[in-house]
Design a protein around this ligand. Structure first.
Ligand SMILES: [Zn+2]
Length: 239
């Protein structure tokens, strides 16, 4: 199995690896370890480059297929041989924007649950913009400013963001995780990765985040929509 470097250190921008498997069908490469995020949980996949000898091969996107991380490379380049050494480099500008956006969405979740008791049901993001769905019957236009002020207040408090990988039984004992639908995790998963904005939000989550909320910067609530009586969608943008 590929070692997933981004799970323990989201700030790894480049890394050494060895090609373990090549897949002509997807024009994909599996490595012994990777810092490329394969997408999931609303966060898009990384792109970047694999360097072998002096050739830089563009990685167009990264995909998890049946538990394996495939680096899909530019079809203009031949697949490397298994056993080849490579240096991987992720598109850091894109990734860091996604880390900031992803963390902003956790701040929004934490604030809305704490201040209004509304649970999140889903979300999606692009670099510097995201949307989240809540069971938030009382959401109305007058709350937009109040929510925006509260999320910016939390971001500016420089709260640490911590990641832990816990045995499943331990994770299931954390009351805050139950509300984020941890019970939907597949049975066979022995460990749960937990992301905590200390004092504000705690989620079972595989994505990449910044280390401190101060890195998020200013968040704007740009719109919201009713998706029925109870379900509301809130749109954010980062500056
Ligand atoms: Zn997350």
């Amino acid at each position: 199995m590929t070692i997933l470097l981004y799970q323990t250190d989201s700030y790894t921008q480049s890394f050494q690896a060895i090609v373990s498997v090549i897949d002509p069908e997807t024009h994909g490469i599996i490595l012994d370890q990777t810092a490329f995020y394969p997408g999931g949980g609303g966060q898009p996949s990384d792109n970047g480059w694999l360097q072998s000898n002096l050739i830089e091969i563009p990685v167009l996107r990264v995909k998890k297929i049946e538990g394996q991380v495939f680096h899909i490379i530019d079809p203009a380049y031949p697949l490397l041989q298994p056993g080849s050494q490579v240096i991987g480099r992720i598109n850091w500008e894109l990734r860091y924007q996604l880390m900031r956006t992803h963390t902003a969405m956790h701040i929004l979740c934490g604030v809305i649950f704490r201040n209004y008791g509304a649970s999140v049901t889903g979300g999606d993001m692009d670099p510097l913009k995201g949307r989240m769905d809540f069971e938030f019957e009382t959401m109305q236009k007058e709350l937009v400013n109040e929510i925006e002020n509260a999320v910016n207040f939390e971001a500016a408090r420089s709260l640490p963001v911590r990641v832990a990988i816990l045995p499943r039984e331990d994770a299931f004992k954390i009351p805050d995780l139950i509300r984020t639908k941890i019970n939907l995790l597949p049975e066979g998963i022995p460990f749960v990765r937990v992301v905590e904005i200390v004092g504000l939000d705690l989620q079972a989550d595989g994505g990449t985040h910044v280390r401190n909320t101060s890195e998020v910067g200013r968040i704007r609530i740009v719109d919201y929509k009713s998706k029925g009586k109870i379900n509301k969608r809130i749109y954010i943008e980062l500056e």
